[in-house]
Design a binder for this molecule. Structure first.
Ligand code: GYE
Length: 359
């Protein structure tokens, strides 16, 4: 259905959005955009009241990605009045451009893109614009074009800065006299990688820390393990911090350090830090295997649905909407950190905290 929404459909969607959004909102403030109010009328659902949405997803490389995909499939369901055309682009930028062009061919109502890389987008976004199909970007950013309606996601640089500020406070409390850090980056060219790398490096440079190496593990467990194996060979006994830019890389790094006889986490040889904070990995923080974990919230889809409803109602959504996120630590020695002039809480990851995690 192009640009027509039945009253009953918006009512059904507002109700189901409240249910879908509940999980994320239980641990976090809701995102900025406002949900359409449920209509008081009780008209029956229109049989053609379907909004077709094409979603060009990055791939299936991580637990975070699985949560993001599930969120989209839950929200853009037939029961909620959507026809979701989902394409897993398997981390292939050319395949992602092709997926978007196929959505144009199919004349979908809306296109959602989670851009694998942040550049190379202007031509295909111009094609979307020419076809009159609004584009909504989620998670990673597009940095060389503004031909999209809205972006919903995280501030990756803030995540990297938070990681650095936490490490500074943690090291001071533990009396660590020097920081010799190894970084396992995410996929090259992804804005998530760029922001986390830049943020951490900014603090490292300011504090005079030694970043011994910084290589991509491609956001996968296998990649994290491979990079950490080579780090163990080259730097065993010389490093005391490992920064993994996502949870799956941290899992791989743990395997490599186990095999190399290097201990990590609370009381270990190495301080281990991760990003994403998927529930199984917040459990590992609670269990003391990961020292700190910086959340990246994958639940953009409910907000995207609100944006689509706003567009259907003729409203102009916000251009940028940040999802709320939190920081978790295994110990309670750093209760808060100052990031960019703002004081942010560091949550001590108790079992109750883990049990309350929505994903
Ligand atoms: O951190 C990682 C995923 O783009 C923020 O991509 C996302 C990242 C996330 O594969 O786990």
């Amino acid at each position: 259905m192009k640009k027509i929404i039945a009253t009953a459909l918006s009512m059904t969607m507002a109700m189901s959005l409240a249910a879908c959004g509940g999980g994320a909102a239980s641990s976090a403030a809701p995102a900025a955009s406002s949900a359409p109010a449920a209509s008081q009328a009780s008209a029956p659902a229109a049989s053609d009241g379907v909004i077709t949405v094409g979603f060009a997803q990055v791939g299936h490389e991580s637990d975070w990605r699985t949560a993001s995909t599930k969120s989209a499939q839950d929200v853009f369901s037939a029961a909620n009045g959507y026809d979701l055309k989902f394409v897993d682009c398997d981390n292939d930028s050319a395949a992602q451009l092709e997926a978007v062009r196929n959505f144009i061919e199919q004349d979908v109502d809306y296109i959602i893109i989670d851009p694998i890389v942040s550049t190379g987008w202007d031509t295909v976004l111009t094609e979307c614009e020419d076809a009159g199909i609004p584009v909504i970007v989620i998670d990673r950013t597009i940095d060389d074009s503004d031909k999209y309606v809205s972006w919903v996601g995280s501030d990756f640089k803030i995540e990297g800065l938070a990681c650095g500020e936490w490490l500074k406070a943690y090291a001071a409390d533990k009396g660590m006299s020097e920081i010799n850090a190894l970084v396992i980056e995410g996929s090259t060219g992804a804005s998530a990688t760029i922001g986390r790398t830049d943020g951490f490096k900014e603090i490292a440079d300011r504090e005079g820390w030694n970043i011994m190496a910084s290589q991509s593990g491609d956001f996968t467990e296998a990649g994290g393990q491979e990079v950490m194996e080579s780090y163990c060979q080259s730097y065993k006994g010389k490093f005391n911090v490992v920064i993994c830019q996502n949870d799956n890389e941290a899992a791989g790094a743990m395997t490599a350090m186990d095999n190399a006889g290097i201990t990590y986490g609370v009381g270990g040889d190495v301080v281990l830090v991760s990003f994403d904070a998927n529930k199984p990995y917040v459990q590992m923080v609670c269990d003391g295997k990961i020292n700190a974990n910086f959340e990246c919230n994958p639940m953009a889809a409910p907000t995207v649905s609100e944006i689509i409803q706003d567009l259907e109602a003729g409203k102009t959504p916000e251009k940028e909407i940040y999802v709320p996120e939190h920081w978790f630590a295994a110990e309670d020695n750093v209760p808060s950190i100052d990031v960019n002039g703002e004081t942010l809480e560091v949550i001590h990851a108790t079992q109750d905290v883990v049990d309350a995690r929505p994903y």
